[in-house]
Design a protein around this ligand. Structure first.
Ligand SMILES: [Zn+2]
Length: 347
């Protein structure tokens, strides 16, 4: 893997990740861009004790541009996009419309491929492996920033999720605080340790493997299952068998197998609702340990993949109970979801 760091016309950082070691990336961004001005502000909710990023500058962001004006395609034929070169493998750059910026953290965009019309599930194993390298490298770089407490790599896929750009891409958030979900997992982890003397994540994975009913697929180094109390209609948690706190600690064997397992999962997701259905909208979320949290070594890096579609043409909305009270109602039993995800395996 070759990494080339450069800057865009407005000073934002852009990084090329290439599989060829001899590639030269020296294209210059010729656009007359004003410096990015952001007004991102973190406000603490006194009742819930959580934080809200108020980011009013995002209202002017690019919204469903036509394919020939895609800002994530390479720059070609006199048209200049966010990526100065005429081609790329994987590219990461600072978001021009960040939810978090400066002292409030950092937001980056990850372009998975220069091909506008493919989805992550359509990547080759080599391409998916390069994306994993990019996620890992960004986690390592952002760990060095004092204002970043936790790194979240994720993909929102599909217009139903609110994706405003069709080009296959994900995002990386560097939060200036430990997120509420992670804090909650730490609390559960600590009380489980106090009660049993064991690691919570190890016990959860062991229980799923022993039970087997919700296991979706097993590799030599990764395990995927629908959790016992899945919140979403189709939800899969993917864990490396050897528990590690974040992407940096994955060993070579797990890295090598990851693309195979993850691509298979994504392809199954697209088949859940049968032929003729549009691609399944999903959120794919990497959970990593915060960098400076006590007990971080106990945390288990894992990926949570879920869709908000519950049946063809119907979405699960976060309505009264979910949005008002944080109580999820799931119409698809986790065992049935796992059964479906096993049925739709590739031949
Ligand atoms: Zn594009």
């Amino acid at each position: 893997m070759k990494k080339t760091v450069t800057t865009l016309a407005d000073g934002r950082e852009l990084i090329y990740y290439d599989s060829a070691d001899d590639i030269v990336r020296d294209a210059v961004d010729p656009r007359p861009l004003d410096a990015v001005s952001t007004s991102s502000e973190i406000r603490r909710d006194p009742l819930l004790g959580d934080s809200v990023a108020i980011a009013s500058h995002r209202q002017g962001r690019t919204y469903h541009p036509p394919a020939d004006e895609c800002p994530l395609c390479p720059s070609r034929e006199g048209r200049h996009s966010e990526i100065p070169d005429t081609d790329y493998d994987v590219v990461v750059f600072e978001n021009r419309f960040p939810s978090l910026a400066g002292d409030s953290g950092r937001c980056e965009v990850v372009c998975f491929t220069s091909d506008h019309d493919v989805s992550f599930a359509g990547l080759t194993e080599e391409q998916a492996g390069l994306v994993l390298e990019a996620w890992t490298d960004r986690t390592a770089d952002l760990a060095e920033l004092p204002q970043v407490a936790q790194v979240f790599c994720f993909e929102n896929r599909g217009a139903e999720i609110g994706v405003t750009l069709g080009h296959p891409h994900g995002q990386i958030y560097g939060y200036p605080f430990v997120t509420p979900r992670t804090e909650q997992m730490f609390r559960s982890m600590e009380s489980h340790r106090a009660e049993t003397g064991r690691n919570l994540f190890d016990d959860v994975v062991a229980r799923e493997l022993a039970d087997g009913e919700r296991v979706v697929l097993e590799g030599e180094h990764w395990v995927a299952f629908v959790p016992y109390a899945a919140h979403w209609p189709y939800e899969v948690h993917l864990h490396p068998r050897r528990r590690v706190p974040d992407l940096r600690e994955l060993d070579d064997a797990a890295r090598t197998e990851f693309p195979q397992i993850y691509l298979e999962l994504l392809r199954r997701f697209d088949r859940i609702f049968g032929p003729g259905e549009p691609p399944t909208p999903y959120i794919s979320a990497w959970h990593q340990a915060p960098f400076r949290a006590p007990g971080r070594e106990e945390f288990a890096l894992h990926l949570e993949l879920f869709t908000i579609r519950r049946t063809p043409g119907k979405l699960k909305f976060l309505a009264g109970s979910e949005s008002g009270m944080n109580v999820f109602i799931n119409d698809v039993p986790p065992e049935a979801a796992a059964q479906r995800l096993r049925e739709v395996a590739s031949e």
